[in-house]
Design a protein around this ligand. Structure first.
Ligand SMILES: [Zn+2]
Length: 137
């Protein structure tokens, strides 16, 4: 697997089409509490891409002032972000992307990955993301 973390490369066209540009808020962006972060599914996920943005502010009509945020894109159609306010000495945590709802129906191809009773499938009803865990590990 190629690790893109730390890559100086720019987001490609497909990334921009899905997640927006430098001043955009990524789809599904929502501020979360530290407690929600602590229970996050993302702790075991691989960061696929990091992106710094100056995005439109969520609470003003014209989007100004811009908010700085560092976005961490995960391989399951989600991600998390971190922003801060230097002068007010505050930090904000964010999640974005799909709020997965597990229990989607598996395709034959997806079922073919489940070769032992220790493989447990997860498929999102909303976005179709599929992965499985192996409880024998
Ligand atoms: Zn999903």
């Amino acid at each position: 697997m190629i690790n893109k973390v730390g890559s100086p490369s720019e987001p490609d066209a497909a990334h921009k089409a899905k997640w927006g540009g430098f001043n955009d808020r990524p789809e599904g962006l929502r501020e979360v509490t530290p407690a929600e972060i602590a229970k996050g599914h993302w702790l075991g996920q691989h960061v696929q891409f990091m992106e710094y943005r100056q995005m439109k502010h969520q609470s003003t009509a014209n989007g100004w002032p811009l908010q700085e945020i560092m976005l961490y894109f995960l391989d399951d159609n989600t991600g998390y972000g971190l922003s801060y306010d230097y002068w007010n000495e505050t930090v904000q945590w964010w999640l974005f992307g799909c709020e997965h709802e597990w229990g989607g129906e598996l395709t034959a191809e997806e079922r073919s990955h489940l070769t032992t009773s220790t493989h447990h499938p997860y498929k999102c009803k909303k976005c179709g993301h599929f992965h499985y865990t192996d409880s024998s590990d």
